[in-house]
Design a protein. Structure first.
Length: 154
């Protein structure tokens, strides 16, 4: 009987945490830097710098990061970091995350481009700033990269 009351109290606390005020607007994330890191023969590693903008009236506290990069619908890179910090309300911060590009992803992209370089490549960057309990924020951004010097055969 006592255990069921403790479990019920725990569920009430968790439910109230879930119902708390969330982010009203999605965060904005842009890649602002890319630096090569020491790599192995079968992978390339980079330190990616992301500018995270918070258009909300409450700060975002995070204690972990995850990011994925897809190009032309195929995973090219991913990375994780246990860094922590916060993005101030109506503010921005730069976060750094090491990413890995497997050799197989490079081969897959090279084969896909063997017919010629397109005028633009579509991409998607997605990930999560993980927060305490149920906090944090996910992000996703799609776009197109114009390829300099790519000939358009239209």
């Amino acid at each position: 009987m006592k255990l069921s009351k403790i479990l019920l109290a725990g569920l009430v606390v968790l439910a109230s945490a879930c119902v708390g005020p969330g982010l009203k607007e999605p965060i904005n994330v842009d890649v602002v830097g890319l630096e090569p890191m020491r790599s192995d023969a079968m992978e390339a590693r980079f330190l990616v710098k992301l500018r995270v903008q918070n258009p909300n009236d409450q700060p975002i506290n995070f204690n972990g990061l995850y990011v994925e990069l897809d190009v032309r619908g195929s995973r090219v890179a991913s990375g994780v970091s246990n860094d922590s910090g916060d993005v101030p309300r109506f503010g921005e911060t730069i976060v750094e995350i090491p990413v890995t590009v497997p050799f197989t992803a490079l081969i897959r992209q090279a084969i896909g481009l063997s017919g010629g370089m397109p005028a633009a490549l579509d991409y998607e960057v997605k990930g999560r700033l993980s927060g305490p309990l149920f906090g944090g924020a996910s992000f996703s951004r799609k776009g197109e990269l114009a390829m300099p010097g790519a000939a358009s055969n239209r």
